[in-house]
Ligand binder design. Structure first.
Ligand SMILES: Cc1ncc(COP(=O)(O)O)c(C=O)c1O
Length: 473
């Protein structure tokens, strides 16, 4: 009897998958929920899911549940550039603003900027948090301070959470900022002056290049493996002669590659940079959004010299509009804190207090668990669509977290020209040229997977694939 039941359940799901009601990357309901819904025992449901797994229709992901497997083989992955480039002044700002404006025109499908869909964010709960702190704390809007800008409760929560990823931050090293972008800006200004060279991953998040450009610094692009992140050997070489002033990395779920550096590499980078007295500015904004296993540690966790400035924010998990971030600046705290005061005084008391309330009540941990699962499924779905619709010669990243995908197209395709054509048809993406200071990645693009999949995205990726195909003849 029990065999019949689990067969029947497995067949039911196989049918839904065949009819594409359930699509590659979709998460099946949890075992417990299925057991309740179908009035079956947990072991019968598990047997059915194992059978679907044996048939190659679903895959189990640790701590995340069962997902419908992709249809075919994914394209191969891109490979890292081998050559170390020369330090260069950056000139992406004008181009960047044009692309960002084009991507945000009304009606353009949001495959460009790396924003989560509003529906995935806890906006209603945050509204309640704001109401709650506004009612209970009439001092919040009335009292100013030049030196006490941090909400102590928020800092306590940031410190508490840092223990989960080996970083053990100290409250005394933290400066709460207006977003991660401000934190990165302050750190660079604290340690570098115009003309200095900053080592970065290649490709890297374009705003890092933009900040470097605005501060008159030079960028040195270090070869970066799409699976394992920055080449420690190349970084070792680049920092040998004292020409690199600071290093600026995104080691966890890197933007745009999605890779997470192996822990051993992080330890080596922390040690290397401390020995050479090269400060590291670490952008950990996607660290909580890893897809599998335990929370990856930041490089800061391996730093015993106070040499790492860990920057992050709540823009990818709670709200991109809240503009609350922070930096744990280690031995650079005093400089960063002074620059923060000069740049923008203190960070708004109200958003800090609302956020502290949200984290204290367990809302943030729940939100992060929910967002990680959603992004993992959305990235899988987008990867499947690229595999299906883009020419077979294209290469595709395998993100281990975050919510962007990186596609390398044949050399004949100019991503900027493709972008103009796509935006004219209401489809955004970010052209590869923006991710390099030295004109690399002309034939690459980044896709935002922050939105739940629907037929609009399917049609857009199909159309992008056609536009690419036309260009390679
Ligand atoms: C790697 C990385 N750092 C920082 C940011 C910006 O964060 P915030 O909105 O907190 O300034 C982004 C946003 O796309 C990002 O991808």
């Amino acid at each position: 009897m029990s065999e019949y039941l689990y067969h029947r359940l497995a067949d039911e799901f196989a049918g839904l998958i065949a009819e594409r009601v359930l699509q590659p990357g979709d998460r099946l309901p949890s075992v417990r929920r299925l057991a309740t819904q179908k009035r079956l025992s947990v072991s019968t449901v598990l047997q059915a899911l194992r059978q679907l797994e044996d048939r190659g229709l679903v895959e189990a992901r640790p701590q995340a549940g069962f997902y419908v497997r992709r249809r075919g083989r994914l394209p191969a992955e891109p490979v890292a550039a081998r050559k170390l480039s020369r330090p260069t002044f950056v000139g992406v700002n004008q181009l960047l603003m044009q692309v960002l404006h084009a991507n945000e025109q009304p009606g353009v499908l949001p495959l460009g900027a790396a924003y989560p869909a509003p529906g995935l964010l806890p906006s209603l709960r945050m509204q309640r948090m704001f109401a709650k702190v506004a009612r209970g704390r009439d001092d919040l809007l009335a009292v100013g301070s030049c030196v006490r800008g941090n909400d102590e409760r928020l800092v306590r929560q940031i410190v508490r959470r840092s223990f989960d990823c080996g970083a053990s931050l100290s409250p005394d090293e933290i400066v709460v900022t207006n977003s991660c972008t401000e934190a990165l800006n302050l750190c660079l200004r604290a340690v570098a002056k115009p003309g200095d060279t900053i080592a970065l991953e290649s490709p890297t998040y374009f705003v890092l290049l933009q900040i470097i450009e605005s501060l008159g610094l030079k960028a040195l692009e270090i070869p970066t493996d799409p699976r394992t992140g920055i080449s420690v050997e190349a970084l070792e070489l680049a920092t040998r002669n004292g020409a690199v002033t600071a290093c600026l990395l995104i080691p966890n779920a890197n933007n745009p590659l999605g890779c997470i550096m192996p822990e051993e590499n992080k330890r080596r980078v922390a040690q290397l940079l401390a020995e050479r007295n090269v400060p590291l500015i670490e952008d950990d904004i996607y660290g909580d959004l890893h897809f599998e296993g335990a929370r990856p540690w930041p490089i800061k966790a391996y730093d015993t010299a106070g040499n790492v400035m860990l920057c992050s924010s709540f823009s990818k998990t709670v709200s991109p509009a809240l503009r609350v971030g922070y930096v744990a600046a280690g031995r650079y705290h005093a400089e960063v804190n002074l620059l923060k005061t000069l740049a923008s005084g203190v960070t708004g008391a109200m958003p800090q207090a609302a956020l502290a309330q949200f984290i204290e009540g367990g809302g943030f941990d729940r939100q992060v668990r929910h967002a990680r699962r959603a992004f993992a499924a959305q990235v899988t779905r987008m990867a499947d669509a690229v595999a299906e619709y883009f020419p077979a010669e294209c290469l595709l990243s395998r993100p281990q977290g975050g919510f962007v995908l990186w596609v390398e197209m044949p050399r004949a395709v100019d991503a900027l020209e493709l972008h103009r054509a796509a935006v004219a048809e209401g489809i955004a993406f970010t052209p590869g040229q923006l991710f390099s200071a030295s004109g690399r990645y002309r034939n690459c693009l980044r896709l935002n997977c922050g939105n739940p999949w629907d037929e609009r995205f399917d049609a857009a990726v199909r159309r992008l694939g056609e536009l690419v195909r036309v260009r390679i003849g």
